[in-house]
Design a protein around this ligand. Structure first.
Ligand SMILES: *[C@@H]1O[C@H](CO)[C@@H](O)[C@H](O)[C@H]1NC(C)=O
Ligand SMILES: *[C@@H]1O[C@H](CO)[C@@H](O)[C@H](O)[C@H]1NC(C)=O
Length: 405
C-alpha cells in the first residue's frame, strides 16, 4: 500500500519536477455536507449563490467568524482521518447536463487507498517543502480562496498556476493535467486538482479578496524551491485537494450533446473549468499542523492523532438550505445560469442555445437582460448578463459578485 502511494506521489511529483517524494502529508476527508453555503465569501447568506461540497470539521456553518470561534478548539468531530484537523475544505460541485437540458449531480468517489470515504470526499495534501527547511503552518483564523468562479478563458485562469483536471483512464492516472475540462469521456472519472499559493504576507489571516495575503513564488515554482516575493516572505505549506468526480455512468457518447461537446457543468455555471476554485478555513487543533510539518510526515504521522475512515464518516452537519440538489433538475441549484463556451465545439454555449434568458434568476420574462441576484456589474457575470432593471442599481458586493439593489 505504502509503495503504491509513494509511486502515485512520485508520478505526480515527477511531473512537477520535484526532487523528492518525502514529506507529503496525505489524508482522506469524507463528505461533511453538500449545500449552497459559502461562509467565506458570503458569511451569513443562506443560501449563497452556488452549491459546494464541503469536508472537514463540524464547525462549518452559514457564518464562521474567526473572532468568535477558535475552530480547532471548539469543533467536536471531523470527516478527516487526521482527527485533530477541524479545518474546512470546499469546492464547487459538478453536474451532468442531459440532451433534454435537465441536470443531475455527478457523484464523487474515493481516491486510491481511501475506499469507503462517505460521498467520495476529497484527498488533502500539505507539503512543507521538497528541499527541506522550515515552513510556517497556517494560524488560527487563517482562510483563503484560490481560483475565481467568474473566469472562463485560459488567459484569465493563467493567473492561478496550478488549478487543473486529470482525465482518469485508471485510478492511477496522474499525467496530462489540463486547465480546462476534459473534452472526451474519462473512463474512471475526472479528478479536479486544486493547489493553493505557498507564500504568505506574514500579517493577514484573511483579506477582503480572501487571496491577496498569499502569493506564488517570485521565480521558479514551489516544487523547484522558488523564493517567496518580498511582499509575501513567509513560506507556508502547499495545500492541495484532489476531488474525483465519478463520471462513469455518463461516459456513453450517445448521452452527450450531438455536437460532440462535453456535458459536464460546474455548479457556478461553467462548462470550461477555467472558473474552478477552492476554499480553505484553517482549523487544526493547537500546534498539530506545525508539528506534522516539522516531522516531515507523509501518510503516516505518529505525532498526529488519527481515526479510521469509518469513524470519520460518522461526523456530519445537517443541511440548512432547503432545496433539491439531486435527481433531475430543470436548472442548476440557485437557478445559476450557464455562462461561457462548451469545450469540444469551439462555439459559445450561451446566448444561442437557450442556456440563458430562460428561467433562473435572470430575465424572468422581462425584455432587457436583468439580474436579480449574483453577478458582476455590467457585461457577463458568472450567473449571466447583469443589466439591472429600472429602479435598481448594480452594486459590487466584493470582487466576484454584485447585486441589483
Ligand atoms: C450554526 O449556526 C446556528 C446559528 O448561529 C446555530 O444555531 C447552529 O447550532 C450552528 N450549527 C452548527 C453545526 O454549529
Ligand atoms: C431528461 O433526460 C434524462 C436522461 O435521459 C431523463 O432521465 C429525464 O427524465 C429527462 N427529463 C425530462 C424532464 O424529460
Amino acid at each position: 500500500m505504502k509503495v503504491q502511494q509513494r509511486s502515485l506521489l512520485a508520478a505526480a511529483l515527477a511531473l512537477a519536477g520535484a526532487p523528492s517524494v518525502d514529506a507529503v502529508l496525505r489524508f482522506s476527508c469524507s463528505e461533511l455536507v453538500t449545500e449552497r453555503l459559502d461562509p467565506l465569501v458570503f458569511p451569513g447568506s443562506n443560501p449563497s449563490p452556488h452549491l459546494h461540497q464541503i469536508v472537514g470539521g463540524n464547525m462549518f456553518n452559514v457564518t464562521m467568524d474567526s473572532k468568535q470561534h477558535n475552530i480547532g478548539e471548539e469543533a467536536t468531530c471531523t470527516t478527516c482521518t487526521f482527527s485533530e484537523d477541524f479545518s474546512n475544505y470546499w469546492t464547487a460541485v459538478l453536474y451532468f447536463r442531459a440532451r433534454n437540458g435537465s441536470y443531475i449531480r455527478v457523484p464523487q468517489r474515493p481516491n486510491v487507498d481511501f475506499d469507503g470515504a462517505r460521498g467520495g470526499g476529497m484527498t488533502v495534501y500539505y507539503t512543507p517543502s521538497y528541499q527541506g527547511g522550515k515552513v510556517t503552518a497556517f494560524q488560527p483564523g487563517f482562510r483563503m480562496i484560490v481560483g475565481n468562479p467568474g473566469y472562463r478563458t485560459a488567459q484569465e485562469a493563467a493567473k492561478f498556476r496550478q488549478l487543473t483536471f486529470t482525465c482518469l483512464e485508471t485510478m492511477y492516472t496522474r499525467d496530462g493535467e489540463t486547465t480546462s475540462m476534459p473534452t472526451k469521456p474519462c473512463r474512471e472519472g475526472i479528478m479536479a486538482n486544486v493547489r493553493f499559493p505557498t507564500c504568505w504576507d506574514g500579517k493577514n489571516l484573511d483579506t477582503p479578496s480572501h487571496s491577496d495575503h498569499v502569493a506564488y513564488p517570485s521565480s521558479g515554482t514551489f516544487e523547484s524551491g522558488g523564493p517567496c516575493p518580498s511582499s509575501h516572505p513567509v513560506k507556508i505549506p502547499q495545500l492541495f485537494y484532489e476531488v474525483i468526480w465519478d463520471t462513469r455512468q455518463f461516459n456513453d457518447r450517445s448521452l452527450w450533446p450531438e455536437d460532440g461537446s462535453q456535458p459536464f457543468v460546474w455548479s457556478y455555471g461553467d462548462y470550461t473549468g477555467y472558473g474552478t476554485h477552492g476554499d480553505y478555513v484553517f482549523g487544526w487543533k493547537g500546534d498539530s499542523l506545525q508539528r506534522a510539518m516539522d516531522a516531515n510526515c507523509d501518510v503516516y504521522c505518529p505525532t498526529l492523532k488519527s481515526q479510521s475512515i469509518s469513524q470519520a464518516n460518522q461526523c456530519k452537519v445537517n443541511r440548512v438550505v432547503n432545496e433539491e440538489i439531486d435527481g433531475w433538475l430543470a436548472s442548476l441549484p440557485g437557478g445559476v445560469e450557464v455562462v461561457g463556451p462548451q469545450p469540444g465545439t469551439g462555439s459559445g454555449g450561451n446566448n444561442g442555445g437557450g442556456n440563458n434568458n430562460g428561467g433562473g434568476n435572470n430575465n424572468g420574462g422581462g425584455g432587457s437582460c436583468q439580474v436579480a441576484k449574483w453577478a458582476q456589474c455590467g457585461g457577463q457575470g458568472y450567473t449571466g448578463c447583469t443589466t439591472c432593471a429600472a429602479g435598481s442599481t448594480c452594486r459590487a458586493q466584493n470582487q466576484y459578485y454584485s447585486q441589483c439593489l
